[in-house]
Ligand binder design. Structure first.
Ligand SMILES: [Zn+2]
Length: 419
């Protein structure tokens, strides 16, 4: 079967049901409400009216990778059964996710639905960006199809998204990242969906701010420095959520960037980091306190209750009592943070990662490398190793290494020459 017919077979029904859901969840700020009315809105959506001539939903799907996905093209529902609007990862994205990434999106959404923050601390290379984009697509009611483009067009005509009348929260997600990766975020968002984006940076700051205030943007992108220097403008918006990439930058409670980040107008704060933070508990406290203010208590209390006893138990001269207390506190802390700190290492989910192919290539040394190698072989210490199995020159018949030329294996271990 060709991949094209395969796509049609899987994709069309799923895309249609998503459009219907998007119609219901659009204009929502993602707050979960129990709304039993208008359950039959699907009927009002007429495919032929929305998708009049000129659009081909196949080529407007995002992402549109040439590589076929391993999974069927179905969305993944994140919201609880019976809760409206239904919040789901669009099928277009979901088909490319691995199971641990779906778990990650679910983790973020659970916090979003409770108006709480969280930290995603997966190892580098496990796809934190795509998990976040899937999460944003879900809470904004995206479908990854031409339906998104259609609604963006409608917004332009009708003067912006409808605001939530109770919470006054905007429908825009703010992504703060180091300047070096801001454009990567833009590219990734363009690859994985149809998002209306603006850069709050350089000479587009005012334009982005105005479009956000008018409800025209899905995502605004900025850098740590711009956020800090223009905090008053940034705080004209009550953000739907803030994503802080490389959130370990907020480890110093006194730095201006940390102070600015803690003053952001957003309850839903999600930090990303691939750097293990738990080694320095004070820094760890600061990052988690940004995501969920007060969740680990005040800084001084935290130091007294956790940081100090845990560190005391880790010193070489710790008493048994200190060691026991340290372990107990460490376990208590793990239990406390598990709810809002998700960290997966590559080892932990190795079974879900693609098989690594190893290709061994033999190539000759360059003349310079050969000179270095020969010099190393002539080093007396290395000679002890390379000749240790030769018969000893004293005539005993025993190997050199066991006779007159004993090798100190610890000192010589730094040389790993094999002959
Ligand atoms: Zn000897």
């Amino acid at each position: 079967m060709s991949s094209e017919s395969n796509r049609q077979r899987h994709c069309r029904p799923a895309a249609e049901s998503e459009m219907a859901l998007a119609a219901k969840s659009h204009h929502s700020n993602g707050e979960v409400t129990h709304d039993d009315e208008n359950n039959d809105n699907e009927e009002e959506l007429d495919d032929n009216v929305i998708f009049a001539d000129g659009f081909d939903d196949q080529n407007m799907e995002r992402p549109s990778f040439t590589q076929p996905s391993q999974h069927p093209t179905i969305p993944m529902v994140l919201s609880e059964p019976g809760v409206k609007p239904v919040i789901q990862i669009p099928a277009t994205i979901n088909r490319y996710l691995r199971d641990y990434q779906r778990d990650g999106v679910h983790f973020l959404y659970q916090h979003f639905s409770k108006n709480t923050g969280a930290i995603l601390g997966d190892d580098m290379g496990l796809g934190k960006t795509v998990q976040v984009i899937a999460f944003i697509a879900a809470v904004l009611g995206k479908t990854g199809t031409k339906a998104d483009v259609f609604y963006q067009f409608m917004d332009g005509k009708t003067g912006g998204k409808q605001k939530d009348s109770i919470s006054k929260i905007s429908d825009t997600v703010l992504i703060v990242s180091p300047g070096s990766v801001m454009y990567n975020w833009k590219e990734e968002l363009e690859t994985w969906g149809h998002f209306k984006m603006g850069l709050f940076h350089g000479n587009t700051k005012e334009d982005t701010l105005q479009r956000t205030l008018r409800g025209r943007l899905d995502v605004a992108l900025t850098t740590y420095e711009t956020m800090r220097n223009h905090l008053d403008d940034v705080n004209k918006v009550q953000w739907l959520a803030v994503i802080m990439d490389e959130v370990h930058r907020l480890k110093d409670p006194k730095s201006q960037i940390t102070v600015a980040a803690k003053a952001l107008r957003a309850k839903r704060r999600y930090g990303l980091t691939g750097t293990p933070l738990q080694n320095k508990l004070e820094e760890f406290w600061c990052v988690l306190d940004w995501a969920n203010p007060g969740s680990l208590g005040k800084s001084k209390t935290f130091t007294r209750e956790f940081d100090k006893p845990i560190r005391e138990g880790q010193t070489y001269d710790a008493t048994k009592r200190e060691l026991a207390l340290s372990r107990k506190k460490s376990k208590n802390l793990q239990d406390m943070i598990r709810k809002f700190f998700l960290r997966r290492t590559k080892d932990l989910i190795a079974n879900q990662l693609p098989h690594k192919d190893e290709l061994v290539v033999f190539c000759p040394l360059t003349s310079f490398q050969e000179d270095v190698y020969q010099t190393l072989l002539q080093n007396p210490d290395v000679e002890l190793i390379t000749k240790k199995n030769f018969p000893c020159d004293c005539g005993s018949g025993v190997d050199r290494g066991k006779c007159c030329y004993k090798v100190n294996t610890i000192e010589c271990a730094q040389y790993t020459v094999t002959c």
